[in-house]
Design a protein around this ligand. Structure first.
Ligand code: PMP
Length: 397
């Protein structure tokens, strides 16, 4: 098969299966209300859980006057500035770890940490619903990749007890799962790792800023020590409303990553002004009022959706998916919402398992009571007009 033929046939397959992915063009800053392709939409698809993406512009402008634009090089050559360093210190302080190391994105932090920590002959054991970057990191490491059924810690224990590794074992899980919104039992993961001498890494991309009284993330939420959760990953592009990511851990862990994590070593450092501007949003993130506001919106959405018997999933986080099943159906509801000025993305395979396409509603502290009411009213009308849509009592899986 020629290259041209392969590209063409794979693209056609995507279209035929209703899995075609496309981008929408924003003409306004990321916020609860956006101008998208000329339409004003209430935005229920971003990961801007605390509404901080639209803050910090002034901080960025001030920082840019001081640092100008580019970092000019990778961290280990000459791109590591006082601004990066200060942000690492502030992230370590908020998450309660001795040190933190900045990466350009969460994707890179995950592939960087896993591929540096695990080697050929080791095992990386992951939750089946872990984010793509965690799976890619394991593949890159050349260790043996094993997966346990989602949140099934007995299955994990079985794998751990098989002890078929020649080397070490790294256990990796998301905290809040990005497409289901449920929370991993991190204390249980930690106990299993302690009992079997395995290393635990948690990707808290969706929990950092959202979980914990001070937004310190999943470790603060569960009251775990840093030894109980030794490798912690957070992103700056979601609740913190900016860009970048970090790994937090012990002095040795951070020194090790600086020496061996290739996605840290061989890439240009973030613009220093971006790093400095993140400090302003980090202060805003500590304000618990935003988390309270977010909590109120989550409760409002869930109780409204429960009353209407919408197919909610078991999530108490800002990620509130409605499980639809068929991709074509999920797209048609998403399109219908869009005509009513509401933006909710349809998530389809391969991002989620076959037959479990869903509407991924994400809530933010920037949403008003009225925004959520509009969404609930629209969903109510759509469900009333189409009795083929799944209801809460029906299993689509
Ligand atoms: N981990 C999870 C669970 C995510 O959802 C994402 C982003 N979709 C990432 C990591 C990657 O983070 P970033 O967007 O900063 O690359």
């Amino acid at each position: 098969m020629s290259w041209q033929h392969r590209l063409h046939s794979k693209l056609q397959q995507r279209r035929d299966q209703h899995l075609w992915r496309q981008r929408s063009v924003l003409n306004s800053p990321q916020d609860a209300h956006v101008d998208c392709n000329g339409e004003t939409l209430v935005n229920f698809c971003s990961n801007d859980y605390l509404g901080l993406a639209a803050s910090g512009g002034e901080d960025l402008a001030t920082a840019a006057r001081r640092w100008q634009f580019g970092s000019g090089a990778s961290h280990l050559v000459c791109g590591h500035s006082r601004a990066h360093h200060a942000l690492e210190d502030a992230l370590a302080e908020l998450t309660g770890y001795p040190r933190a190391l900045l990466f350009s994105t969460g994707y890179m932090a995950n592939i960087g940490a896993i591929s540096a920590l695990a080697q050929r002959g080791d095992r990386v054991i992951q939750d089946k619903l872990n984010h793509a970057s965690l799976l890619d990191g394991a593949i890159l490491s050349r260790a043996d990749l094993q997966r346990f059924r989602h949140a099934d810690y007995e299955h994990l224990a079985d794998l751990l007890n098989k002890d078929d590794a020649r080397g070490e074992t790294l256990v990796v899980s998301d905290s809040l799962f990005s497409m289901d919104g449920d929370l991993a039992d991190v204390p249980q993961l930690s106990r299993l790792c302690e009992q079997t001498g395995s290393l635990l890494m948690i990707d808290d991309a969706h929990g950092f800023g959202v979980l914990g009284e001070n937004g310190g993330g999943v470790r603060e939420h569960f009251g775990l020590t840093t030894q109980q959760l030794p490798v912690y990953v957070g992103t700056l592009g979601k609740a913190l409303g900016g860009y970048g990511a970090f790994v937090a851990g012990s002095n040795d862990l951070i020194d090790y990553l600086i020496q061996f994590a290739r996605p840290y070593i061989y890439t240009t450092a973030l613009p220093p002004a971006v790093a400095e501007a993140m400090l302003g949003n980090l202060e805003r993130l500590k304000d618990n009022a935003r988390r309270q506001q977010l909590k109120a919106r989550i409760q409002q959405f869930r109780s409204g959706a429960e009353q209407m018997h919408l197919p909610l999933m078991d999530s108490h986080s800002p990620i509130q998916p409605l499980l639809i099943g068929e991709s074509a159906k999920a797209i048609s509801v998403s399109n219908e919402l869009r005509t009513r000025g509401l933006w909710v993305s349809a998530i389809r395979p391969p991002t989620v398992p076959e037959g479990s396409a869903r509407l991924r509603v994400t809530l933010s502290a920037a949403h008003s009571d009225d925004d959520v009411k509009r969404l609930l009213d629209a969903l109510s009308a759509i469900w009333q007009n189409d009795n083929t849509l799944p209801r809460a009592s029906e299993q689509v899986l």
